[in-house]
Design a protein around this ligand. Sequence first.
Ligand SMILES: *Cc1c(COP(=O)(O)O)cnc(C)c1O
Length: 427
Amino acid sequence: MKRDISSKLFKAAKQVIPGGVNSPVRAFKNVDGDPFFVRRAMGCRIEDVDGNEMIDYVGTWGPAILGHAPECVVEAVQSAAKEGVSFGTPNPYEVDMAETIVDWVPSVEKVRMVNSGTEATMSAIRLARGFTGRDKVIKFVGCYHGHVDSLLVAAGSGALTHGKPDSAGVPASFAAETIILPYNDIEKVNAVFAEMGDQIAAVIVESYPANAGLIFPKEGYLQGLRDITAKHGAVFIFDEVMTGFRVAKGGVQELEGITPDLTAMGKVIGGGLPVGAFGGKAEIMDYLAPDGPVYQAGTLSGNPLAMAAGLAQLREMERQDGYAKLDQLGARLEAGVRALLQEKSLDYQFNRVGSMFCLFFTGEEIVDLDSVMTADTAAFRKFFTEMLEQGVYTAPSPYETGFISVSHGEAEIDRTLEAMSAALAKI
Ligand SMILES: *Cc1c(COP(=O)(O)O)cnc(C)c1O
């Protein structure tokens, strides 16, 4: 594929934007390439500035559950914009959005809107600390919660390891308040609580970890986290920024029957505009300013365009019974992938829930970050490059989840399987 205009733009971008991108996942660092620049995205297809068209499984990293530029969202934004793009006062959309979230997400009684998933988890952590009067937070290896200082701590060796920052610029003293434990090991969590349960403000977990491939909790693991946090009065925070409104109307908490204290949301809820939210028990949420002592604010929070876009997307999903449709498409893709793996005698792992999926280039059972890291990255690079050549765009990293949208049809799924067959033959 020719990408001359993209190459020129990337060269120019690198002069004035660090690394040429406004979010590092967009750089093609994991696949030894340069990113392409997109000029248009419609339905399940994106078109780059050189005119190459691709079937898209990135979906703007999750939000595009209806596909790109769905008519209902575009119309909602246009008609809201005509009345003003931001008021800085309460507006009716915010009430509608909050009522919709409270209605859809089982554990949420009150909700506050923010502008990104990062803000949602950051604010949820502060609220948990303010509510409990404790400082320490438990997070799990491989779970991503946005670029919050105290959560940018990924790896420590073994249990009870105090976190070392995963990014320059995060003070060690901040990271020291974060306790890092391996995912899917409830015994380690129980051991930490036995030792210092009265210091732990919160446990935060990705409902289904989906930023290191797609990992599923072992039977009883999430309930185990719920039980131990309840026993010690720690706040149980579910990060459903990726899974919320994606795997079901009520996210993973609906699928698994788990009731967290607080939930972080984002991505799908904004219809492609910059939106996040956090919500949960009223008793905890009422600790927020202006009624409570925990400060949290936002000039553009609850922005009318963003609320209108998000509401339009959620309503359309409901109207079309979009979740059932996505599950059917996901099942078709899964059956096809499993048949291909068998045909080619590859023991790769494939995980899927509804419209989220990940092919792991490893034979190891996927239970945590260590097993994810056994993936054959050279094989992935060849796969990714050939898929792109065939006009199918998947995330440029072996550690990302793929997303199907309602605008993908069976024809596109089948076309994707053909591309996969050719790409798997090349590795
Ligand atoms: C994307 C993501 C975030 C961060 O959201 P941003 O809008 O990128 O700040 C947090 N948690 C999870 C689980 C995510 O997938």
